[in-house]
Design a protein around this ligand. Structure first.
Ligand SMILES: *Cc1c(COP(=O)(O)O)cnc(C)c1O
Length: 230
């Protein structure tokens, strides 16, 4: 990596400004929304620069990549898994992350539970919802969500915190709204406090629709060498 990482400081400032503005428009307090830095393909040096500028939450997509980078990260930031997680990889990350946002099956839930209990901890989780019903995306359909939440609420070693989604890139406004309705409806049965939605292209819209955690990669660090993938 060559050149000065100053651009990251400016990006963080701009994104925080946009989040505050969206909060003001929605009548929400700016501290109701957490900004996550999504680190896929990003040099640890740049990730640490973001941490030095106040970023306290990192999002990791790929277990292998995370394992190769984690020792270089400044330890003051929390790490969440946001990419599709294979059951046989949970063992590699169970003690290094504070939340798994991409829970999409009872099988994965059971493995997280088994390893959390074994390691004497409780893992915070979000259930991932494929709100647009897209074949290319992981996550459960809105119809499959209630049974998964029921399982999560009754599983030892995991604490259900909320929902995560990647809406379709087109009509994302409609799907962000649908996601918030689903979240509010299910919150009546399951206590939840995290609604993770919004990426570089739609984080301001997501905040208007009630997101409590936005996941930004490109807008912070610049374009990636490979495309975003769930
Ligand atoms: C890559 C990724 C993001 C960030 O996407 P950008 O468009 O680069 O901001 C957010 N969430 C998930 C699950 C991702 O895989």
């Amino acid at each position: 990596m060559t050149g000065s990482p100053d651009f990251i400081d400016a990006n963080i400032e701009r994104i925080r400004g946009n989040i505050s503005e969206a909060c003001a428009r929605a009548g929400r307090a700016p501290d109701e929304v957490r900004l996550m830095a999504v680190t896929k393909t990003v040099d640890p040096e740049l990730v640490n620069r973001a941490i030095a500028q106040g970023i306290d939450l990192l999002g990791e997509n790929r277990v292998q990549e995370f394992l190769s980078k984690k020792d270089s990260y400044d330890k003051s930031a929390e790490v969440h898994i946001i990419g599709h997680l294979q059951t046989n990889k949970v063992k590699y990350i169970i003690n290094d992350v504070s939340m798994i946002q991409s829970v999409d099956s009872e099988r994965l839930l059971a493995e997280i539970s088994r390893l959390a209990v074994k390691n004497g901890r409780t893992m915070d989780i979000l259930c991932e919802v494929n709100i647009g019903g897209e074949d290319s995306k992981s996550g459960v359909s809105p119809d499959e969500l209630r049974p998964l939440l029921e399982a999560a609420a009754n599983t030892e070693g995991v604490r259900l915190r909320g929902l995560m989604t990647i809406p379709p890139p087109t009509d994302s406004d409609i799907f962000l709204g649908r996601m918030k309705e689903l979240y509010d409806r299910l919150s009546e049965s399951f206590p939840m406090d995290v609604l993770s939605m919004g990426m570089t292209h739609d984080y301001a819209a997501a905040v208007l629709h009630g997101s409590t955690l936005v996941r930004v990669g490109t807008g912070l660090f610049g374009a990636r060498s490979y495309p975003a993938k769930a």
